[in-house]
Ligand binder design. Structure first.
Ligand code: CA
Length: 236
């Protein structure tokens, strides 16, 4: 029998949360497989080759980070980390180890489904190469990579080299929360004590040039202590 459903592996030891996710995801027409430990998760991952993994960090046998490293040794399969922890360091570590995104418990159904859709879309895009024709387009925002130009509607936004590089990097990773460290590494290649401050100053300038008013939602969101994300189409 043909089965075109996306397959999602849930690794979570809390049975209630697992059952909630199973009914949510099955209702959304995904195929769901479940493990309640890191070890069982690895076995299922190898045998089922899922399209997305939802990974709890606090597992009974091993830390979820162990699973993350195991997958990232040879695969870019999207991994969304599920964390009850409010500690930003955990999120940052998971993202830097290759997690695509995270959701903090308690999460809303809409939020989890949005994260899954974004992860799947980004994975398909990265598998298919860069944006077609070297142009990124989202609503009013257009980025022409070859010309290094950014437009809002018809108006070109004049960015410095560094500002452009930041916007381009975030757009190439659209939908993905990028940690400060990963952005800094991508832009300057090194980091020192002043790097985060430098990044924040550049972001403030970009915001200003985009004409964003204080408190107004725009293309890039910032999670304090974690990083920045170029929001996906339905997330602005
Ligand atoms: Ca747990």
């Amino acid at each position: 029998m043909m089965n075109n459903k996306y397959k999602i592996l849930i690794i979570e030891d809390d049975r209630n949360i697992r059952n909630i996710m199973i009914s949510l995801l099955e209702t959304a027409d995904y195929q769901v497989i479940c493990a309640d430990s890191c070890g069982a998760g690895k076995t299922l991952y190898r045998s089922h080759n899922p399209d997305v993994v939802i990974l709890d960090l606090g597992l009974p046998d091993m830390d979820g980070m162990n699973f993350l490293k195991f997958v990232r040794e040879d695969s870019l399969t999207p991994i969304i980390v599920l964390s009850a922890r409010t500690d930003d360091m955990d999120k940052v570590t998971a993202l830097d180890e290759g997690a695509n995104d995270y959701v903090t418990k308690p999460f809303s159904s809409a939020e989890l489904l949005a994260r899954i859709r974004t992860a799947l879309r980004n994975y398909r895009q990265s598998a298919g190469g860069k944006a077609l024709g070297g142009v990124f387009k989202q609503r009013d925002l257009t980025i022409v990579y070859d010309a290094r130009q950014v437009f809002i509607g018809q108006n070109e936004i004049r960015l410095s080299q560094t500002e452009y590089n930041i916007v381009a990097l975030l757009s190439e990773n659209c939908g993905k929360m990028m940690t400060y460290a990963s952005i800094i590494k991508g832009i300057w290649g090194y980091s020192d004590e002043g790097s985060i401050k430098k990044l924040q100053v550049n972001m403030a300038n970009i915001r200003k040039k985009f004409g964003v008013r204080p408190g107004e939602k725009w293309y890039i969101s910032n999670e304090l202590g974690v990083g920045y994300r170029m929001n996906g189409v339905n997330e602005i």
